[in-house]
Design a protein around this ligand. Structure first.
Ligand code: ADP
Ligand code: MG
Ligand code: ZN
Length: 500
């Protein structure tokens, strides 16, 4: 069953997700991305002596939102702590984080496990500030212009102090694929509740993987290695797989796995040693003296709970139950919160309740085959080529047999990027005629007279000739008649007594 024989991988993930606030966690500087280095800094995030941090209330609200979405208990009281270490991108010489008493505890996330649906326990989720960024070589040169000669590095502190939530799982994952699915689900959840844009490449959603192996059936966990900053889903899977194999090889040679922190070189598909793993003692954690204990009351938690949107799992299940979508179609329609809202608006504004299911399936199909081709999803935003209302009106014309499915595509192309209605495009292009029942009947009767002999044979029982007449009708309308309607009309007309 396993790719690793007698060995079982054990994986726990630590995810840092940026909380999408306008300003930083402890100061008023903007969190905007991609601006010239060191343009969003102040005494607080530069760590100048005497500057005092003030907690950003919106960051707290977003962190509680994530915690509740993960089913965590929200601590009524939590403590900010200083994590002390030296690095050029950390001007204060410490990071304000939470340590012994985090904000969110004991949650869970449902994933698609190797052996079916699986609940991965969330140990904790805490609030902390991000560090700045060190830029080396070419990227430093590009940003610093004449001030650097390419051999220098620059420190950009725009990101220093940006709010993060660190979400720590229990070591419940058992394969690289499970780890990947966990990350996908977690990212989806963060995007759905509107706290994060889920961008691994730009680093607003970052994952570290803790990996160990043990003999199948063993209880005790093996020594783990921490893999840092895996910035794509592909890397997460590849890096963990490579690390599992490296550890198995070591153990089979009788060597021990060392507790260490490793980076991942995607080009070589290999991890490399960064440093020995720092024990907590090395960070000299202590409670942040410049911030009081964080108190969160029941009312605040209840208010945040009340604003939680429908979560993606629930939405998927509902799209299947309520609208009759296949699980696959439901998964596509819930791929992004804006798409899910678009789909649902199109369905609900498009038809009466009695035909909701058929309408929903048609809408999902149309969105998949047409709308998604030109849709652009960027973080929490989406650009869709038409409005839900336009799609609803268009599909209404198809459902009423006023235009064919094929014509719908033509009308759709004319609607994209405009605020026109489907109705006006149909009228302008004179498309409706061939989908109009009366017009088709007229054509069908003409064909019946033209091929009177065949029509007679049909009436005497050679029903296979139906296809011939439908074909004639389709040819005459250049393929634009609705095939189902054409069938129906031809049948009705041939069954009439000849000679009008
Ligand atoms: P640290 O304090 O060094 O960050 P933690 O005990 O908080 O270590 O664990 C960090 C992460 O490592 C968690 O996600 C946890 O599930 C995972 N983890 C802990 N022990 C192991 C292990 N033996 N194998 C794999 N993952 C582990
Ligand atoms: Mg940790
Ligand atoms: Zn600042």
């Amino acid at each position: 069953m396993s790719a690793y024989g007698d060995w079982e991988p054990v994986i726990g993930l630590e995810v840092h997700a940026q909380l999408f606030t306008e300003t930083k966690l402890f100061c008023g500087c903007a969190t905007s991305f991609g601006d010239p280095p060191n343009t969003h800094t102040c005494a607080v995030c530069l760590g100048l002596p005497g500057a005092l941090p003030v907690l950003n209330g919106e960051a707290l609200r977003l962190a509680v939102t994530v915690g509740l979405a993960l089913g965590c208990r929200i601590a009524r009281r939590s403590i900010f702590a200083r994590k002390n270490y030296f690095y050029p991108d950390l001007p204060k010489g410490y990071q304000i984080s939470q340590y012994e008493e985090p904000l969110c505890l004991d949650g869970a996330l449902e994933i698609e496990g190797d052996g079916g649906p699986k609940r991965v326990r969330i140990r904790r989720a805490h609030v902390e500030e991000d560090a700045g960024k060190n830029l080396h070589g070419a990227s430093a040169l590009a940003l610093a212009g004449g001030a650097a000669d390419g051999a220098e590095s620059i420190v950009d502190l725009n990101r220093a102090g940006t709010p993060l939530v660190e979400i720590v799982s229990e070591p419940d994952l058992r394969s690289p694929a499970e780890a990947r699915d966990y990350l996908k689900r977690l990212r989806e959840l963060c995007v759905f509740v509107g706290v994060n844009d889920g961008n691994l490449e730009q680093g607003s959603f970052r994952a570290d993987a803790n990996v160990s192996v043990r003999r199948r059936g063993d209880e005790a966990l093996g020594t783990r290695v921490e893999l840092k900053n895996l910035n794509s889903f592909r890397f997460v899977e590849d890096a963990i797989d490579g690390e599992v194999r490296r550890q198995i090889a070591l153990r089979e040679r009788g060597e021990a796995v060392r507790l260490e922190t490793r980076g991942y070189a995607a080009d070589k598909k290999q991890s490399y040693l960064l440093r020995d793993k720092e024990g907590d003692a090395g960070y000299r954690y202590f409670p942040e003296p410049d911030l009081p204990p964080l108190s969160v009351d029941e009312l605040f938690v209840a208010q945040v709970q009340a604003t939680l949107p429908e979560l993606p799992d629930r939405k998927r299940a509902r799209f299947v139950e309520e609208y009759g979508l296949t699980p696959q179609a439901a998964a596509v329609m819930t791929g992004h919160p804006r798409l899910a809202a678009f789909f649902e608006e199109a369905v609900l504004s498009g038809g009466s309740h009695a035909e909701l299911e058929g309408n929903a399936v048609a809408t999902a199909n149309f969105i998949q085959s047409e709308v998604l081709r030109a849709a652009v999803f960027e973080g929490l935003d989406a650009r869709l080529p038409v409005t839900a209302r336009q799609v609803a009106d268009l599909l209404r014309l198809v459902a009423d047999h006023r235009i064919s499915g094929k014509q719908a595509k033509e009308v759709y192309a004319a609607l994209c990027g405009t605020d026109r209605t489907a109705e006006s495009v149909v009228t302008e292009r004179g498309l409706e005629v061939v989908g109009d029942r009366g017009a088709l009947e007229k054509l069908a009767r003409e064909r019946g007279r033209e091929h009177a002999g065949q029509a007679d044979k049909y009436r005497k029982g050679k029903t296979a000739l139906l296809g011939f007449f439908v074909g004639q009708l389709m040819k005459q309308t250049r393929g634009s008649a609705d095939p189902a309607l054409a069938n129906e009309v031809v049948k009705a007309c041939l069954d009439e007594p000849p000679g009008d």
